[in-house]
Design a protein around this ligand. Structure first.
Ligand code: NDP
Length: 255
């Protein structure tokens, strides 16, 4: 698999799955555009990229994906003159049911996990058509299965999955592929950022041993290589696909 000289925008590059994906992309000789809000974390991602492969570039763009679409495009084109790959990875989680999810929380989850993806994708597509590039969306097992107490998150990821399939059909005539990865639980900051304290997170990871068929959660290094694969020519006949990377969680069913 090679991403030789490709230019890849990766959102949510300042943490977790996005940061690991940046490093895997540069290892495969891609130039990466690392997008996130936390500048210190973005600098750490950039340093890890330079260490992994000093022959390619990691451009940092400090940006909020819900607001700064044009800044992301302008700075990428100014630096590299083209876009080959878009990885829509930035996302947020908050627990809550139909009884207790505040409208504001519903809106902010939809804004980040769905509307920002629509907005950035819409702006990047003309460039991808020129390069016959591709898109990888980072969805979740919560897009393809239903869980209580994560209502807005599940709905946002299910909508993202439909977005992946619809856009795949629309862009297929242009030879632009669109796919997603749908991880199970992965050790990152997302759960603690959603409000879980250390004890609740530890208890949750313990519970996850029984909710993932493989009996454990994943590390980011088990997600990033599949994003590289879908973005590479090794996946040249794959479009409109959702790839579960979830230790079998999506095929489990209570009995
Ligand atoms: P992290 O919380 O570790 O990372 C989330 C990333 O998203 C950060 O880099 C954060 O940037 C970025 N981000 C969030 N909101 C914005 C915004 N408005 N503008 C720009 N960047 C933003 O979580 P993960 O690595 O786990 O999450 C990555 C993706 O993986 C998400 O889409 C998530 O839904 C998905 N996922 C995660 C799973 C898990 O168990 N970890 C399971 C299934 C899917 P910053 O901090 O700089 O704002």
């Amino acid at each position: 698999m090679t991403l030789n000289k490709k230019v890849a925008i990766i959102t949510g590059a300042s943490s977790g799955i996005g940061a690991a994906t940046c490093v895997d992309f540069v290892k495969n000789n891609a130039n990466v555009v690392a997008v996130g809000r936390n500048l210190e974390n973005l600098k750490q991602t950039s340093a890890a990229c330079t260490k992994a492969n000093p022959k390619v570039k990691c451009l940092i763009i400090q940006a909020d994906v819900t607001k700064d679409t044009q800044k992301i495009i302008d700075q990428t084109i100014k630096e590299f003159g083209k876009i080959d790959i878009l990885v829509n990875n930035a996302g947020i989680l908050k627990s809550g049911t139909i009884l207790d999810t505040e409208s504001g929380d519903f809106d902010s989850i939809m804004d980040t996990n769905l509307r920002a993806v629509f907005q950035l994708t819409k702006s990047v597509v003309p460039y991808l058509i020129k390069t016959k590039g591709n898109i990888v969306n980072v969805s979740s097992v919560a897009g393809i299965r239903s869980f209580p107490n994560a209502l807005a998150y599940c709905v946002s990821k299910a909508a993202l999955d439909q977005f992946t399939r619809c856009v795949a059909l629309e862009l297929a005539p242009h030879n632009v592929r669109v796919n997603s990865v749908n991880p199970g639980v992965v050790i990152t900051e997302v759960h603690k950022r959603s409000g879980m304290d250390e004890k609740a997170y530890a208890d949750y990871l313990e519970l996850c041993k029984s909710t993932h068929a493989l009996g454990r959660v994943a590390t980011v290094d088990e997600i990033a290589p599949s994003i590289v694969f879908l973005a590479s020519d090794a996946a040249s006949f794959i479009t409109g696909s959702l790839l579960p990377i979830d230790g079998g969680k999506n095929v489990m069913c209570p009995r």
